[in-house]
Design a protein around this ligand. Structure first.
Ligand SMILES: Cc1ncc(COP(=O)(O)O)c(C=O)c1O
Length: 354
C-alpha cells in the first residue's frame, strides 16, 4: 500500500497575483505565490510543505554546488475550453524524473509527492493559470542534493521543489540549425537520457558558437564520428522522409520526450508509419537530393512542434525548407491542440484534471 504523505500548506499574506500583468508574459520570469518543498533525510521523504514562494537557504558545502547532483522536469497545465484546468501527461514526467534520479544516485520521489504535490500546489495557485489562448502554467519540479559535505559520493539529503510560472504563447520562427561536428552532448553509457542540469550546462558552448555563426541551435550528433543524429537543441527531432516519420531511437543518449511520445502516438492514430532508428547525415543528404526529405521539426513541451527552416548538413550544403508546406507537422500540432483544448475526445487519457 502506498505510504501517505501529509502536505502542510502555509499560505502567503502578500499575493502578487493582482499586481502581475498577464499581457506579454515572458517565459520563466514570473513565478506564482507558492512553491512545494519536500525534504529527504535518513533514507526517507520526511517533510512536504507548500510555502510562500521565495529564496531557499542552503549550506555552501551542499553537494549540488560542487558535483552537480540536480535533476528537473518541465510540464504544462492549462485552462481548457470546457472551463476546467488540466495537466498534460504528468505521469510521464514523473516516470522520467525517477529515471533521471536513479541515474544520478538520487532518491526516487513517490507519486503522492510528485503528482499529488503538483496537483495540490496548482490548486493553491489556481488563479495563476492563464486563461488566454495558447497560454499555460509552466511547472518546474526539480531535486537538488542538499547535504553539506565535500566528498564525491551520492548525498544523503535532498530537496524536491516545485515552482510554477505562468507563460505566454510560444511564437517561434522557423529555426536555423547546423549539424554539430565538434561538441558532444552525450554518449552511450552516459546520462543523455536524463534531465540533469549538467547536460544543459555542457551544451551551452556549442549553442553559443552556433549563434555567433548565425544559427539558432545545433543538431547534436553521436560522438567521435558525428555521423548520426541525436536531438535538436533541447528538443527531440523528427524528419518526414518519403511520407514516413523518422526519429532517432531511444538509445540512452537522448531524452525520452513526452512530446516525442505523444507525436508518435498521434502519427500512428492518423495512419502514418513511424520509424525509430539511427539516422545518418548521409541519409538526410541523399533523401534531400532525391526530393524525399519534406519536413524537419523539433518536438518539446515548450514549443510542441518547432519547424526547422534551414539545416546546414555540412559546410556549404544547406537545406532550405518551405515550412508553409509542412503538412504533417501542421496536422500533428492541430491534433495535439484539439486534445489539449478538449475539442476531440482524449482517447489516451493524457489530460489530468486539477
Ligand atoms: C534535451 C531535451 N530533449 C528533448 C526534450 C523534449 O522533451 P519533452 O517533450 O518531454 O518536453 C527536452 C525538453 O524537455 C530536452 O531538454
Amino acid at each position: 500500500m502506498a505510504e501517505e504523505y501529509k502536505i502542510d500548506v502555509i499560505k502567503t499574506e502578500n499575493s502578487k497575483l493582482k499586481s502581475t500583468s498577464f499581457d506579454n508574459l515572458p517565459f520563466g520570469k514570473v513565478f506564482t505565490d507558492h512553491m512545494l518543498v519536500a525534504d529527504y533525510a535518513n533514507g526517507k521523504w520526511e517533510k512536504v510543505q507548500i510555502l510562500p514562494y521565495g529564496p531557499i537557504t542552503l549550506d555552501p558545502a551542499a553537494t549540488v554546488f560542487h558535483y552537480g547532483q540536480e535533476i528537473f522536469e518541465g510540464i504544462k497545465a492549462f485552462h481548457n475550453q470546457d472551463g476546467n484546468d488540466y495537466i498534460f501527461r504528468p505521469d510521464k514526467n514523473w516516470e522520467r524524473f525517477n529515471k533521471s534520479a536513479v541515474g544520478l544516485c538520487m532518491p526516487e520521489v513517490p507519486e503522492e509527492i510528485f503528482i499529488g504535490g503538483l496537483k495540490k500546489l496548482i490548486e493553491v495557485d489556481r488563479g495563476w493559470i492563464p486563461t488566454a489562448p495558447e497560454h499555460s502554467l509552466y511547472i518546474r519540479p526539480f531535486m537538488i542534493a542538499s547535504q553539506a559535505f565535500l566528498g564525491v559520493h551520492p548525498a544523503k539529503e535532498y530537496k524536491f521543489i516545485i515552482i510554477l510560472s505562468p507563460s505566454g504563447p510560444y511564437f517561434g520562427k522557423p529555426a536555423a540549425i547546423r549539424i554539430e561536428r565538434h561538441f558532444t552532448r552525450s554518449a552511450k553509457g552516459g546520462v543523455g537520457y536524463s534531465k540533469n542540469g549538467g547536460n544543459y550546462a555542457a551544451s551551452l558552448k556549442a549553442v553559443e558558437q552556433a549563434e555567433k555563426d548565425g544559427y539558432d541551435q545545433v543538431l547534436w550528433t553521436a560522438p567521435n564520428e558525428h555521423k548520426y543524429i541525436q536531438e535538436v537543441g533541447a528538443m527531440n527531432v523528427m524528419f518526414i522522409i518519403d511520407n514516413v516519420a523518422v526519429t532517432p531511437e531511444l538509445d540512452g543518449t537522448i531524452l525520452n520526450g513526452v512530446t516525442r511520445n505523444s507525436v508518435i502516438t498521434v502519427l500512428k492514430d492518423l495512419g502514418y508509419s513511424v520509424e525509430e532508428r539511427p539516422i545518418s547525415i548521409d541519409e538526410l543528404a541523399e533523401a534531400h537530393k532525391a526530393g524525399k526529405l519534406t519536413e524537419a521539426f523539433g518536438t518539446g513541451t515548450a514549443a510542441v512542434i518547432s519547424p526547422i527552416g534551414k539545416l546546414e548538413l555540412s559546410e556549404g550544403n544547406i537545406i532550405n525548407f518551405d515550412v508553409e508546406k509542412f503538412e504533417i507537422a501542421k496536422k500533428i500540432k492541430a491534433t495535439l491542440d484539439d486534445i489539449r483544448l478538449g475539442r476531440v475526445v482524449d482517447t489516451h487519457n493524457w489530460l489530468v484534471k486539477i
